[in-house]
Design a protein around this ligand. Structure first.
Ligand code: GLA
Length: 387
């Protein structure tokens, strides 16, 4: 199992020196996130409880005159594009950046042109929101290049717009808001209707462990969109604005034949409750209860919502039976990638060696990246550092 290097800032700085033979004016950084509990609730106006990771995407940059942005990304080469042109850069990674800048201009937000270098410590495709971090870091970079500032909520909404409008993914706001608005030492309870973010302390007796199975999703965007369409359809059938407003008892009013709708909605409604119950459990330092809710969440996501995957199911099962584990579940969109566990601080080492000694991706879903376990501390959200 590999451990990440934690020096994206250093690498972005060094690359800038090398590429531009000068000092950057600032570093804009945005973390990845892991979701402790509350998946597939954000686009139902519901509740989520993610935390920002100590892994970040960092842009080292300085303002530049003229209409063009020039950006080099570690391992992906260079891209150059104009915010005056609707034509997006050809490389996918650059389209996230161009999309954010173009939308800032579209919304009348200050977005300056810049040149810079990007490095990241966030493993891609591991359910840790590397694309949301890139979007949020880009928003902070465009604002800083204009000598301006952008709020966490604005940056998060721009990132979501890019996912929805540039990439056609109908994703919710959780990933971007967790990256932009988290505070150090705390998870973030997000009300995805009001966008209120409340800091939630995880008791010191527990550590969150990210478990990357090394498997990566392919072609699952349609499965995500399909879940969302079903949720909207069920909310409409029940006459409520979103599934946030429905109860399990309401589901009796659904057509008896609509088994899929009932199961999907049951997940969303019960998951919203579990998030709020988990917040109460953390406040009461009841880690056993918090872990029980995480286990239930996994059962619901895997069974009723059908968004888990073979490798994630295997690692969650191993983790749930490992020393010191209060609870474990898939995290994020699902199908492959990562899972999360809540582990007694005193047992973290034993937990990690138990899981790493037993897990290997099943033959039906081979790993294409290294498997890795990361005990993580809740980290601060995005920021800009002027040099
Ligand atoms: C992805 C999306 C989020 C959220 C999760 C599932 O990460 O980007 O908006 O819907 O899946 O909770």
């Amino acid at each position: 199992m590999t451990q990440p290097t934690l020096d994206a800032s250093q690498r972005a700085l060094e690359r800038f020196h090398h590429r531009f033979d000068a000092e950057p004016a600032f570093l804009a950084m945005a973390p990845g996130r892991v979701n402790i509990i509350g998946d597939h609730t954000d686009y139902n106006d519901g509740f989520v409880l993610p935390m920002a990771l100590p892994f970040q995407t960092v842009v080292a940059a300085r303002a530049r005159s003229g209409p063009k942005v020039l950006v080099a990304s570690e391992g992906y080469g260079e891209a150059s594009f104009s915010l005056d042109s609707p034509t997006t850069a050809p490389a996918r990674w650059a389209r996230y950046i161009h999309g954010v800048g173009a939308m800032m201009r579209d919304e009348g937000l200050a977005a300056g042109t810049w040149e810079g270098c990007i490095a990241t410590d966030i493993p891609g495709g591991a359910s840790l929101s590397s694309s949301a971090a890139l979007e949020v870091a880009a928003a902070y970079t465009f604002a800083a290049a204009a000598g301006s500032e952008i709020s966490a909520n604005q940056a998060a909404r721009l990132g979501q717009r890019v996912e929805n409008e540039v990439f056609g993914l109908p994703s919710g706001i959780m990933d971007q808001l967790a990256s932009a608005a988290s505070s150090a030492g705390h998870a973030s309870l997000i009300d995805c209707r009001s966008l209120d973010v409340s800091a939630v302390q995880i008791p010191q007796d527990a550590v969150v462990v990210v478990m990357d199975t090394g498997t990566r999703r392919e072609l699952v965007d349609s499965a995500y969109a399909d879940r969302q369409t079903t949720c909207i359809r069920v909310a409409q059938a029940l006459g409520v604005p979103a599934l946030r407003d429905a109860t399990v008892a309401d589901l009796r009013r659904l057509d008896a034949e609509d088994d899929v709708g009932r199961r999907r909605a049951t997940h969303v409604i019960t998951e919203n409750h579990r998030v709020l119950q988990a917040v109460a459990a953390f406040a009461a330092s009841d880690l056993t209860e918090a872990g029980r809710l995480m286990n239930q969440s996994h059962t619901s996501l895997s069974g009723d919502y059908q968004v888990s995957g073979p490798a994630v199911d295997v690692i969650v099962d191993i983790a749930q039976n490992a020393p010191g584990c209060f609870g474990a579940r898939m995290t994020g969109g699902g199908f492959a990638g990562g899972a999360v566990a809540l582990v007694a601080t005193s047992d973290v080492e034993a937990f990690c060696s138990h899981v790493s000694g037993r897990f290997s991706a099943p033959a039906s879903q081979p790993a294409t990246a290294p498997t890795a376990l990361y005990p993580v501390t809740p980290s601060p959200g995005a920021s800009v550092h002027y040099l």
